[in-house]
Write a protein that binds this ligand. Structure first.
Ligand SMILES: [Cu+2]
Length: 174
């Protein structure tokens, strides 16, 4: 009897894990409280309802015993990146490098350049010799203007501003 109820409990726990893996990936599974284990056991024995069993799972998620990766949120977090054109960027004597100077991103990320400088700039993709290429080319960007480009291929992309060509930045797409 003891052995068969344990077998049922294992089945219930496997169901729990399956349920979670359908919803998302388990990133972190910490100690499961005794009462939740009991709930799984009782559910397997038909002593508690499905609702009570699901409430136990809900408890694990709400208290971050089971951490589910929110693929939706991950999507938003990983698909945006920003490069700031800082104030003073136009002056060759200044430190005003792009922030960050080398942005590393995974494939599929949309990069937004933001002009925080008091003067106009643009963003032009360039080849290794500094010649403008047609991969991404922004119009003139006034203070506060933004320019977006989505990187769909791996590689190291260099860019500069055609009015201040000594300002070269890098986007590394892995
Ligand atoms: Cu410029």
């Amino acid at each position: 009897m003891e052995r068969s109820s344990r077998k049922i409990a294992i089945t219930a726990m496997m169901f729990l894990i399956l349920l979670v893996s359908v919803t998302g990936n388990i990133v972190n599974a910490e100690t499961i409280p005794e009462w939740v284990k009991n709930n799984a056991l009782w559910f397997g024995q038909g002593l508690i309802s499905e609702t009570e069993f699901l409430n136990a799972i809900k408890f694990l998620i709400e208290n971050e015993v089971l951490v589910i990766e929110d693929s939706e949120r991950k999507f938003f977090r990983d698909t945006d990146a920003t490069v700031i054109i800082p104030n003073g960027n136009s002056d060759i004597a200044n430190v005003g490098f792009y922030l960050p100077l080398n942005l590393e991103i995974p494939v599929g990320v949309t990069v937004t350049w933001v002009n925080d400088d008091s003067v106009q700039h643009n963003i032009q993709s360039q080849d290794d010799s500094g010649k403008v290429t047609d991969i991404f080319n922004s119009p003139p960007l006034n203070t506060g203007d933004r320019f977006e480009y989505t990187f769909d291929k791996e590689g190291v992309y260099k860019y500069h501003c055609s009015w201040h060509p000594w300002r070269v930045g890098l986007i590394t797409v892995n």
